[in-house]
Design a protein around this ligand. Structure first.
Ligand code: 5GP
Length: 187
């Protein structure tokens, strides 16, 4: 029995669909960066951890993987646009090709902040791979080079995306249809 009540979460993308899309994105990234020099994947914590873990295994190149942490103040379902870095990269990126790996781009404010920050470190290039994109929510323009799925303006959970800090471990992406009693089987 699952820890959550599946009738309260509508599935948008199941595990097989996510896997197939990750395979396609990995192949595209491999083709684009082949022979181009050092590539570092930069995962944005916390939400990108399942996506970067799955995506990197479909990239057939000797990539580095690093992480940084960002947190945007705001309530549960809406960003404030005020972004704070909670954890920095472990290694310099000067002269390297950087591919930012993000779970979702909604307003674009988090990504705009991050890209401005990364550019000051003089990388060879910076591109963005985001699993999800909500074009209706965009408040600033950012170029998104690889997009897994374009979705309507709904609050999604699972596969790294949280619901009040939980549900990141769902193996699929869904929408909470009824937030009462999502966890009936846990004390
Ligand atoms: P932004 O609005 O700055 O583009 O996105 C900021 C952050 O808000 C994302 O990195 C993600 O952590 C969170 N976020 C945006 N939309 C959703 C959503 O639908 N579900 C969840 N769980 N987080 C979201």
């Amino acid at each position: 029995m699952a820890f959550y009540d599946a009738s309260k979460i509508e599935t948008l993308y199941d595990q097989a669909t996510l896997d197939a899309r990750n395979r396609e994105l990995g192949a595209q990234i491999t083709a684009d960066y082949k022979g181009k020099g050092d590539l570092v994947l930069v995962g944005v914590l916390r939400g990108s951890f399942p996506f970067i873990a799955d995506l990197c295994r479909y990239i057939d190149l000797p990539v580095e993987v690093d992480f940084l942490g960002l947190s945007s103040y705001g309530d549960r379902t809406e960003t404030s646009g005020i972004v704070r870095m909670t954890q920095d990269l472990s290694e310099p990126i000067k002269g390297k090709h950087v591919l930012v790996v993000e779970d979702i781009v909604d307003t674009g404010l988090t990504m705009k902040y991050l890209l401005a920050n990364l550019h000051t470190r003089e990388p060879a290039s910076v591109r963005v791979a985001t699993l999800l994109h909500k074009p209706d929510g965009m408040r600033v323009h950012v170029d998104l080079d690889y997009v897994g799925f374009t979705i309507p303006d709904r609050f999604v959970v699972g596969y790294g995306l949280d619901f009040s800090r939980k549900l990141r471990n769902l193996p699929f992406i869904g929408v909470v249809t009824n937030s009462d009693l999502i966890y009936p089987n846990t004390p």
